[in-house]
Design a protein around this ligand. Structure first.
Ligand SMILES: [Mg+2]
Length: 369
């Protein structure tokens, strides 16, 4: 079970209809793919979303794991982390480490002939998800278009069986956003969950004033209200608005999450195993959240993150991004993308994470930049 090779590739997949949200304009998505082979022919793979430089990081550290046992997830995590922690403990390094860790768990599952969730606790067989969308697409050229778009998008997700929904705020004026939220609430009715994502776009006083205008729509959480590292002000917001705050999709390692919890900056922890350090590190955060009585709602990449969501009851819900919403598009390189059925998600068939890479599609989107 010794690791003999690690192969790293970048791909870039364009969006069909580029989109805005409060702090960004998105025209394409970049992913880094990792394939790890062992001396007895078992191979695991993973992908992480990010920027192409993640490949440079992986090319730099990959020799460190050649010859290591593939079951040594903690040993390998510690070895790489202790070699790079003076330079990077966040976005690039942790995406790289996440990719290695998830590919290793894929190998371990294939050896054991078990899905990963059954090895991590096997708490349940399906997990609720929420439909995540509500962007500001280029194809909407007026406010009326935006209202029609969100009502139609959320209404059609409701018809597919979703009962929880999330939308962006912040790429239009607050008054327009209030109307967009109203249109979404009208489309899904009074009994469904509705969440708002601010993508770190605000200072505390502005978002507090905005949240007061949104609260009549019964909001389940407000996500990333203020800049990422400003945890004291995130706690300040959380104390002053009626809806819970959710953060964590852009935080990395157990130590960053300890800071969030000690500051009381959020009630809902959105740690994403595919970016924050892999399944191995995510389990440390789940244990911590459990002791603080907090819930977890992993950021998207439900097709991988379903493995921890089925293993641990502390995960309240998974983010689901449908290929049709044209926001996250990694499904284009996966032969068996994982659907939500009536809003519920199950693990794909098969050992490991169960996902099958579509090599023909990978060739189409290979990116050398
Ligand atoms: Mg978000």
């Amino acid at each position: 079970m010794k690791i003999t090779s690690i192969d790293v590739r970048n791909i870039r997949i364009p969006l069909n209809d580029p989109k805005k949200f409060s702090t960004k304009y998105v025209t394409h998505r970049d992913y880094t793919l990792v394939n790890i082979k062992t001396d007895d022919g078992v191979e695991g793979w993973s992908y992480v979303w990010g920027i192409p430089i993640v490949k440079n990081f992986l090319d730099m550290v990959k020799d460190m794991i050649i010859g290591e046992p593939a079951y040594g997830t903690i040993r390998i995590w510690n070895k790489i982390f202790s070699s790079i922690d003076r330079w990077d403990r966040s976005g690039i390094a942790m995406r790289g480490l996440s990719a290695i860790d998830i590919a290793l768990w894929d190998i371990i599952g294939k050896y054991a002939n078990l899905p990963i969730y059954q090895m991590l606790g096997g708490f349940r067989e399906e997990c609720p998800s929420y439909y995540s969308g509500g962007y500001y697409p280029d194809s909407c050229s007026s406010n009326a278009d935006l209202f029609r778009f969100i009502e139609k998008e959320m209404g059609s997700a409701y018809d597919k069986g979703f009962r929880a929904f999330k939308m962006k705020i912040g790429a239009a004026s607050t008054d327009i956003d209030v109307e967009r939220i109203g249109a979404a609430r009208k489309a899904i009715g009074p009994d469904c969950r509705l969440m708002l994502d601010a993508n770190c776009g605000y200072d505390p006083e502005t978002i507090i004033a905005m949240a007061r205008k949104f609260e009549k729509y019964d909001i389940t959480w407000l996500e990333e209200p203020v800049p990422l590292d400003d945890l004291p002000n995130c706690a300040h917001v959380a104390e002053r608005i009626s809806m819970p705050v959710a953060i964590g999709e852009n935080h990395f390692t157990r130590w960053a999450f300890r800071e969030i919890m000690e500051h009381k900056a959020a009630r809902i922890i959105q740690a994403d195993p595919t970016v924050m350090g892999g399944f191995t590190e995510y389990l440390n955060v789940v244990g911590m959240a459990a002791t603080y009585g907090l819930k977890l709602a992993p950021h998207c990449f439900h097709d991988v993150n379903i493995q921890v969501a089925l293993a641990r009851p502390e995960i309240m819900i998974l983010e689901y991004m449908d290929i049709e919403s044209d926001v996250i598009n990694v499904q284009r390189i996966i032969e068996n993308p994982v659907p939500a059925v009536n809003g519920m998600i199950r693990a794909p068939e098969g050992p490991g994470h169960g996902l099958i890479l579509d090599e023909k599609a990978v060739k189409k989107y290979l990116y050398q930049g």
